[in-house]
Design a protein around this ligand. Structure first.
Ligand SMILES: [Fe+2]
Length: 243
């Protein structure tokens, strides 16, 4: 399985995601830029079953420009999803909250956290929110823990700025396919740098479409030491799913 020359192995040939818990996905149909129909979600889910995913959080985008994505309506949609998409995978609902002007209002009432405590957040890819650290404190004031989605993808944030966020108590979620170069080499290198200092707490696929997932999954090759680090992140994921 391991290439003698590169010391890297194809993840598809490893057991890395067999039995795993994915904490970041966009398979709740028709609510964001992920799956559009139940049929599309069913196709994605059966492919994920085949590669061994066992538990998944659905994490639809929750943002000011998606005014219909409220906790209650997403919960209703999630209940429909469970009826329409029977599966051996166990699902739970959380949300991926954009740190925009509406953010504090949105988390002040029944926020869709992972476990009642951990809250997945993201920022724009273009620029940081002006009040980034204040927003982290707003989360903490509500006795919640911010989990920043794919910090490696925010190219305006330097390595040291990201380390500062860690110091104020922000947890980091790696996108697995950042490591396959799915978002470019700069993002891949930042992910490797952050892995090297053990900055990540959790890992997710951030799946939107099964075609993109498969393309990245087929080509993802990692060293033994990186696989060991990601195995630990998948273990951490389980503490969110089964608190
Ligand atoms: Fe996402």
């Amino acid at each position: 399985m391991f290439s003698f020359l590169t010391g890297k192995t194809y993840v598809k040939n490893s057991k890395l995601i067999v039995g795993c818990t994915d904490i970041h996905s966009h398979l709740l149909p028709g609510v964001d830029d992920g799956a559009t129909t139940f049929e599309e979600a069913r196709r994605a889910i059966s492919a994920l079953e085949e590669v061994g995913v066992k538990q998944m959080f659905l994490t639809p985008h929750i943002a000011g420009d998606l005014p219909n994505n409220l906790s209650e309506s997403l919960q209703t949609r999630f209940n429909e999803f469970l009826q329409e998409c029977p599966s051996s995978i166990q699902f739970k609902l959380a949300g991926e909250y954009m740190l925009d002007n509406n953010f504090v209002d949105k988390i002040s009432n029944k926020a869709l956290t992972y476990d009642g405590r951990h809250l997945l957040v993201e920022t724009s890819y273009i620029a940081a929110p002006n009040n980034f650290e204040n927003l982290m404190y707003e989360i903490q004031l509500r006795e919640l823990v911010p989990v920043l989605a794919h910090p490696e993808r925010y190219l305006y944030q330097s390595f040291n700025e990201l380390r500062r966020l860690k110091r104020i108590g922000v947890k980091f979620q790696l996108n697995l396919f950042s490591l396959s170069g799915a978002y470019g080499n700069v993002v891949r290198d930042m992910a490797l740098d952050l892995l090297n200092i053990d900055a990540y707490d959790y890992v997710g696929t951030d799946i939107h479409r099964i075609t993109a997932f498969n393309a990245s999954y087929q080509k993802l090759k990692l060293s033994k030491s990186i696989i060991a680090k990601i195995e630990q992140l998948f273990e951490n994921n389980q503490t969110l799913f089964n608190p």
